[in-house]
Write a protein that binds this ligand. Structure first.
Ligand code: UDX
Length: 469
């Protein structure tokens, strides 16, 4: 069966007159590089731009500057095929592209919870003056609702009016570690548009995605809507996911106090299809470059809009999440028989092996990583911490330089008084408790991600402490 897209508009001729629209991706960080590479894989002619020359040189030489499974091969393949190039020149991007996807970062502002939109502003004011023919500028970055209107205003003020440049918004929903799949096989695409032309161009830009789906007998739902809804689609999704994680972590606190087991509770809840079992893993909470900053920026924007109360629950979601990190330090003190003074637990002299530094497995990303936050707290409480992470050591060292980094799991665990699993890498989930028990000074483990087989570890002689079980 072939899926038909009933709302698919009539074909448009791209302004460049190329058979398919030529795509540019402005900002080749995690988001832009992944999109640029995957869309060239779908057969589009693609140009990626970044102002960071070494990054552009690296990509052009076939090296992905971050860890994402499958991306290196696709980069090299499409560079070789001549469909994919990288540049630092806005003139070149303007000359080449029919659709310009804005993929720059929107970090949390240093002076508060709101998002910093200066990279978006720079991208638009650098690109727009060079546009000589009609083009579509499409925002992909995660932004506060209302940004697309502002971008349109910026474009009007900076582009030649006769070029009739238009703006649209199409948020991304990439998960690190699954980013290639998420771009090639998205579970939905959202188009925020103001004209039929913009809608037709976005359909043309995603034709490769729809065609791939059709060959696999899948459908990619398309939601065509206005700017505000498209912008909200992203932040609302992340707010929901963060809430789900903090919900189960709140249940972990209740389980801890009442003798319940949160992993079994999550199973029992997840069988209800209305709840679902995904994103119900209790542990040390969520981190990364998206969820924490997005729920804060969302609250800041709601305040500005006069509906701050509607999102007040998100500050509770954030607080539950932060509490998980502190909880590990208290558990460590308990397991090590240490006192908890007014200044917090005293872990002076304790040797702790911290397994994991990245915010989740299969990534080298340590941005707002719960694992590294715990490492820092343990170290501040006086513990002598040795960290091991299969991919994240290089990045972790920059953020937390004053702890020891081991080159292997056995090296980290050797002679420790306590082992803490902070990121659920497969290497840790499959670790041999009998072999490790021989290396560690006292076999005690805190399973911060509830990812170990508790019965197996207890049988091997370990004192096992999970999260909310
Ligand atoms: C997230 C969203 O999932 C994605 O759709 C959006 O585009 C960007 O933000 P990502 O940051 O890659 O993606 O990570 P995700 O897999 O969502 O995990 C976020 C954090 O939540 C991680 O620290 C993870 O360990 C934690 N988590 C996730 C839990 O603690 N429990 C869960 O059940 C799921």
């Amino acid at each position: 069966m072939t899926f038909v897209y009933p709302s698919e508009p009539l074909a448009v001729v791209p302004p460049s007159m190329a058979p398919r629209p030529r795509l540019t991706f402005v900002g080749t960080g995690y988001l832009g590089a992944t999109y640029a590479i995957c869309f060239s894989e779908l057969g589009y002619e693609v140009l990626g731009l970044d102002v960071d020359e070494p990054k552009v040189a690296k990509l052009a030489a076939g090296q992905v500057p971050f860890h994402e499974p499958g991306l290196d091969d696709l980069l090299r393949k499409n560079l070789a095929a001549g469909r994919l190039r990288f540049t630092t020149s806005y003139e070149e991007v303007a000359e080449f592209g029919d659709i310009h996807f804005i993929c720059v970062g929107t970090p949390q502002r240093a002076d508060g919870m709101a998002a910093d939109l200066s990279f978006i502003e720079n991208a638009i004011t650098s690109l727009a003056p060079h546009l000589r023919r009609k083009a579509l500028i499409v925002g992909k970055s995660t932004v506060p609702v209302g940004t697309a209107e502002w971008v349109q205003h910026l474009v009007l003020g900076n582009a030649d009016p006769s070029a009739e440049v238009e703006v649209a918004w199409s948020p991304e929903f990439l998960q690190e570690g699954f980013a290639v799949e998420d771009v090639l096989r998205p579970n939905r695409v959202v188009f925020g548009v103001k004209s039929d032309w913009a809608k037709a161009m976005l359909y043309a830009a995603h034709k490769g995605v729809f065609e791939l789906a059709a060959t696999e007998d899948r459908e990619v739902p398309v939601v065509v809507t206005n700017f505000a809804t498209a912008e909200l689609a992203k932040v609302a999704a992340n707010a929901f996911l963060a809430t789900k994680i903090s919900f189960i972590n709140a249940m972990a606190e209740v389980c801890g106090a009442s003798g319940g087991d949160v992993t079994m509770l999550a199973k029992a809840l997840g069988h209800d299809a209305r709840i679902g079992n995904r994103f119900l893993r209790a542990g040390i909470g969520f981190g990364g470059g998206c969820l924490p900053k997005d729920i804060r920026a969302f609250q800041a924007r709601a305040q500005e809009l006069g509906v701050g109360e509607a999102l007040r629950f998100l500050s509770e979601v954030d607080l539950i999440n932060q509490r998980r990190r502190q909880h590990i330090v208290r558990l460590a003190a308990e397991l090590l028989g240490r006192s908890v003074g007014p200044a917090g637990p005293d872990l002076r002299g304790a040797r702790i092996a911290a397994l994991g530094a990245t915010f989740k497995p299969n990534s080298d990303d340590v941005r707002d990583s719960p694992a590294l936050s715990v490492v820092r707290k343990l170290s501040r409480a006086g513990a002598d911490v040795t960290v091991y992470d299969p991919q994240g050591t290089e990045n972790a060292r920059i953020v937390v330089p004053d702890v020891t980094y081991a080159n292997s799991l056995p090296e980290a665990v050797a002679d420790a008084d306590l082992m803490c699993v902070l990121t659920e890498w497969e290497e840790f989930r499959n670790a041999d408790p009998i072999a490790l028990a021989k290396l560690i000074r006292t076999p005690r483990v805190i399973d911060g991600r509830n990812c170990l087989d508790a019965a197996l570890w207890i049988r091997a002689g370990w004192q096992y402490q999970g999260m909310g079980r």
